[in-house]
Design a protein around this ligand. Structure first.
Ligand SMILES: [Zn+2]
Length: 279
């Protein structure tokens, strides 16, 4: 029996499968870390999962050989700094084996498994900006996971950015909090033809272009709350990325598209549970 746990900024998702049959799927609020682990274990009580797949927000140690595997790192989320999330969950759930990856790497795994791509990037734009990358079914986990959401955005973007660490990185320019700061209110109230969306597309195009130069992929999935609410962004980002790439790096038609898997980050956590079983 596999248990999949997905930890996000405000919520934790937990699901159980025996073979392909789903026995449980619940969403819990993410409070203090110890209480959150206890709440997950409480929901799973009565079942006996043997493997755990954990997909977590980062930064988190995902190096399979690291003594602090599954420990969170410097996170702005209060109380979660350095919390040994993976080991604590594994202990509370009583599983024999577990595997951990970032939420975006997990989503990239599920999307590539679904679409059969050899190389794929999953970009999420919501509370933060994250990039997962998968190549031949594997993600980069050692010595560390990618943090491409903190690459620079369009140098012509006049906004100063809100990232605590970098100011005008892509996350600092186009995440939910950045859009609130830029629009001076609720970005949901902006019309689709507001000029802000073109800056968002330009900043994300710099990210996609950088990904294509460094680790070429067959597909870029653009997920998360912002593109979900503004589905036209995918086409704009692709067009802007193509203009940036010029003749040097081909940006194929249809490179950027929406997720094809429902809740791909949680599906990816199940793939991690399979991986844990194989070890
Ligand atoms: Zn940053």
């Amino acid at each position: 029996m596999r248990v999949a746990v997905l930890t996000g900024g405000t919520h934790v998702h937990v699901a159980l499968r025996e073979g392909e049959r789903e026995l449980l799927r619940e969403t819990l609020p993410a409070g203090a870390p110890g209480a959150t682990v206890a709440a997950v274990a409480d929901r799973v009580a009565g079942h006996r999962p043997d493997v755990l797949g954990l997909a977590s927000f980062g930064p988190i140690d995902v190096d399979p050989a690291s003594p602090t595997r599954g420990h969170l790192r410097a996170t702005p989320k209060p109380g979660w700094n350095d919390f040994p999330l993976g080991p604590e969950l594994a202990r509370a759930l009583g599983v024999a084996a577990w595997a951990v990856d970032t939420d975006v790497n997990a989503a990239a795994r599920a999307e590539a498994a679904h679409g059969g791509e050899t190389a794929l990037a999953y970009v999420t734009v919501g509370t933060g900006v994250g990039v997962g990358w998968v190549h031949q079914g594997r993600t980069a986990r050692a010595p560390d996971h990618p943090e491409a959401g903190h690459l620079p955005g369009d140098p012509a973007d006049p906004f100063r950015g809100v990232c605590t660490f970098h100011g005008a990185c892509v996350e600092g320019l186009v995440s939910g909090p950045a859009l609130r700061a830029r629009s001076g209110g609720d970005p949901a109230a902006l019309s689709d033809d507001d000029p802000l969306w073109d800056w968002v597309a330009r900043d994300l195009a710099h990210l996609v272009h950088a990904v294509m130069l460094l680790v070429p992929v067959e597909r870029v999935i653009l997920g998360g709350g912002v593109p979900e609410a503004r589905p036209f962004l995918g086409g704009l980002v692709e067009a802007r990325a193509r203009a940036l790439a010029g003749a040097y790096r081909r940006i194929p038609e249809g490179l950027v598209g929406p997720p094809r898997v429902t809740r791909p980050d949680l599906e990816g956590a199940f793939l991690l549970a399979d991986e844990a079983r194989a070890w």
